[in-house]
Ligand binder design. Structure first.
Ligand code: EPZ
Length: 422
């Protein structure tokens, strides 16, 4: 296993190219099960989660040719079976995204229950309830979701009790091949959901309400779709993470290949703290703040403050004057990074799902442990400014969702080594 050794206190300067969005690449790969033609996908992030889903597709019978680490050709017209096995699904819970397409196309499938992860139980009850509403018969057998819809899925009104990103994406893909019309009420409207809608629309599916919480989809009645070449949108969470790298070290850095609109809330919060951020086309520049003020955050669904940026802002809060507060409203256990930040000297107190951070304390390097993807990035950010050396262990979490993180930060002047645990 690898670990990162960071020597803190180095000023950062320079520019970073943002990679494709992991959380768009995953539903896009799953949607290729609906596609009848050879398809090129570009700007894929070179991260473990994308590789895992590609392996799952190959296991189902798709043929995948990697042109390079960020581009592939995929053909899924000859699927040989419809069982998403535990051994692959356990590595990446977003594998649940094959449920909708497999069920809609074949009328049956078995998908291993993804199980929880560090940040919460991560149930999929809303996915299952929605598929049942579309006529599927679903049972849980030996840890597998066993779904049957021998006559295909039928369009229906789907009301989500909670806004769910992959739930919305699963039903979008199921509805695309269903018989008749589906309305999704209380749909997620993250940019990654919007890209999936646009891809299906370009493939000939009538979709209305894109970008709103109410979607209307007219299905193809199990006709496979003709997809056009896809370029994955830039990763707004990766971009937000590097903005926080500039903010926590109070440096000037430039981000290229971003969509400013997707970062509006993050940019707004950084400006409120005291940073000067300029944007031009697909370029963002963050400049040092004279004074970094404490702040308040409540995580909500898009376009609100993203839960995937909560840990990174908590690291930043340790460098802001005064007491900041962060309330996590989406996941029940997304404060695993708190105890690790405290090991670095951060003054953080927890009360239920609210964290209070007293800023202005010097962080001192130490050994810390990554627990989940975004928590790991928060520890890297803290290591950039901690005095001395910080060793971050179990960084396989980091490799799931950040392409070349240490290379990108070292390119700005950070001192980060990737070493092997002895
Ligand atoms: C997506 O996860 C993202 N992952 C997550 O990013 C992100 O944190 C999350 O959306 C929220 O924005 C991908 O897109 C691959 P949800 P998802 O279903 O879809 C509850 C990262 O770091 N819920 O929107 O799994 C759930 O427990 C990852 O890149 C149910 O109760 O999240 C949570 O409280 C982490 N039943 C809330 O809804 C269900 O059937 C939102 O979850 C489904 C969800």
């Amino acid at each position: 296993m690898d670990y990162l050794k960071i020597t803190g206190g180095k000023p950062l300067k320079g520019e970073i190219k943002i990679s494709g969005a992991k959380n768009s690449a995953l539903p896009i790969l799953a949607s290729t099960l609906l596609c009848k033609n050879l398809l090129k996908i570009t700007n894929l992030p070179d991260v473990a989660d994308v590789k895992t889903l590609a392996k799952l597709l190959e296991h189902l019978g798709s043929t995948i040719e990697w042109v390079n680490a960020n581009e592939l050709l995929v053909q899924s017209d000859r699927i040989i079976h419809t069982k998403a096995v535990y051994d692959i699904v356990r590595k990446m819970r977003a594998s649940i995204l094959v449920l909708g397409p497999l069920l809609a196309r074949f009328g049956k499938c078995e998908v291993s229950l993804p199980g929880g992860c560090a940040i919460g139980a991560r149930p999929v009850d809303l996915h299952i309830k929605a598929m049942e509403k579309m006529g599927a018969n679903i049972s849980i057998e030996n840890g597998y979701i066993v779904a049957k819809a021998p006559n295909g899925l039928k369009g229906n009104d789907i009301i989500f009790d909670k806004i769910t990103v992959t739930g919305t994406e699963n039903i979008l893909m199921a509805a695309a091949l269903a018989h008749g019309e589906t309305r999704i009420i209380n749909a997620a409207k993250e940019p990654e959901v919007i890209q999936l809608c646009e891809i299906l629309q370009t493939a000939g599916i009538e979709i209305k309400g894109i970008g709103s919480n109410e979607l209307y989809i007219r299905g193809s009645d199990r006709e496979l779709l003709e997809f056009k070449e896809i370029e994955v949108i830039p990763d707004r969470i990766e971009a937000g993470t590097y903005l926080c790298a500039g903010a926590i070290s109070n440096s000037e850095i430039i981000l290229k290949n971003i969509i400013p609109k997707h970062l509006e809330v993050i940019i707004g919060k950084l400006k409120e703290i005291g940073f000067n951020i300029t944007e031009k086309d697909d370029i963002l520049c963050i400049k040092p703040a004279n004074k970094r003020k404490a702040f308040e955050i409540i995580t909500t669904e898009y376009p609100g403050f993203p839960t995937d940026m909560q840990a990174q802002f908590m690291a930043l809060a340790t460098q802001c004057e005064g007491s900041s507060s962060i309330e996590e409203r989406l996941f029940e256990n997304r404060f695993m990074h708190v105890s690790e930040l405290q090991r670095l000297g951060a003054k953080i107190s927890l009360k239920g799902n609210v964290a209070k951070i007293t800023g202005g304390e010097k962080l001192i390097g130490a050994d810390v442990m990554a627990t989940d993807l975004r928590a790991s990035s928060a520890l890297v950010l803290a290591g950039l400014v901690a005095q001395g050396q910080t060793q971050i262990h179990r960084i396989y979490h980091l490799d799931r969702g950040y392409e070349g993180l240490e290379e990108k930060l070292c390119g700005l002047g950070a001192d980060i080594l990737r070493l092997k645990e002895n």
